[in-house]
Design a protein around this ligand. Structure first.
Ligand code: 5GP
Ligand code: MN
Length: 306
């Protein structure tokens, strides 16, 4: 099934001269890794590439080669527009407003197939692994910098190879990327282990607010908490991944207040649950075990709805 689409992608990448690549707001390691991986591969083939992430890049990923070339706004004209790691166009922020989307490459089961060409593999543990598997069949090559980006994406989305969708093949792809000279320990530590004091202080607020209803826990992080902690991002500083490890808990929900009267909702669930459908029904998306949505309203209103 993928052969035909691979041929189409190969042709599109070959023909393109000016390529726009973007991924989702509040970018994680997979969004950044896949944008850099494809962006650097196309740059190597002499294409003019613009990599755009609406929210820029968090400090923890700025060490990646090419990260300093990622812009926050689209400028100029393009003949190929690619969206990565997004299940719908809202996820790009306003980056794609007024642009046709030519290519959508993603691994979310809730993907809306919004582009002319959609390569969606819900079984892939990361968008970066789709790229690592197929770049060469699209006429592109992997080098040391691209390998670093893609390995970061895989390590991030699998939370260090511990999500249930990790297979022997995941490890083989990661091992192949390591052969390009990537330091797995360093990439892993930067993506998942090292934290800023501000992030941990922000966690403190979220941890203090945890409430429990049977096997479900939920918590909130307000803009005031964020300000008090001095945390620069508008994400949850990864607190949800800590909360979702708690014993006796099946489902974790985190409400993160955003500027402009919006609330970011994140769900995590243990194997056997599927929260992607709930997220999709509320206008968001994700995976069975990890999903999210951004809703308009106050914390109290959004909590009530969810
Ligand atoms: P997180 O809760 O860490 O932001 O995201 C968990 C998963 O759900 C990720 O795979 C992410 O891409 C997806 N997700 C989070 N928020 C949204 C959203 O607002 N819309 C969609 N379509 N997917 C989301
Ligand atoms: Mn991803």
């Amino acid at each position: 099934m993928h052969n035909e689409i691979n041929d189409q992608l190969r042709e599109k990448f070959q023909k393109a001269e000016r390529v726009l690549i973007t991924a989702h707001i509040r970018p994680d390691g997979d969004a950044i890794g896949s944008v850099l991986g494809l962006g650097l591969a196309l740059t190597d083939k002499g294409k003019q590439v613009s990599m755009v992430l609406k929210d820029g890049i968090p400090v923890s990923f700025r060490h990646l080669p090419g990260a300093d070339t990622i812009k926050r706004k689209v400028e100029g004209e393009y003949d190929l527009r690619v969206v990565l790691d997004c299940s719908d166009l809202l996820r790009t922020g306003d980056v794609m407003d007024g642009h046709i989307v030519d290519i959508n490459i993603d691994h979310h089961i809730t993907n809306l197939n919004f582009a002319n060409l959609n390569f969606v593999d819900p079984e892939a543990p990361a968008t970066s692994i789709i790229l690592a598997r197929h770049l060469t069949s699209w006429g592109l090559s992997i080098n040391a910098n691209i390998a670093k980006a893609l390995l970061t994406g895989i390590v991030s989305d699998t939370i260090g190879f511990r999500t249930p969708n990790v297979t022997p093949e995941t490890l083989r792809v990661a091992a192949n990327l390591m052969e390009y000279g990537s330091n797995l320990s360093d990439l892993y530590t930067r993506a998942l282990v090292r934290r800023s004091v501000e992030a941990v202080k922000y966690w403190g607020a979220g941890l203090t607010s945890i409430q429990r209803k049977g096997r479900l826990i939920f918590s909130t992080m307000t803009l005031e908490d964020r300000k008090a902690a001095g945390y620069p991002g508008n994400d949850d500083a990864d607190l949800i991944n800590i909360m979702s490890n708690l014993d006796g808990v099946d489902v974790t929900v985190l409400f993160v207040e955003q500027p402009g009267g919006k609330i970011k909702v994140s769900w995590r669930a243990q194997p056997g649950f599927d929260i992607s459908k709930l997220a999709l029904s509320m206008g968001g998306g994700g995976h069975p075990a990890a999903a999210g949505v951004e809703l308009i309203g106050t914390l109290a209103e959004v909590q009530e709805r969810v």
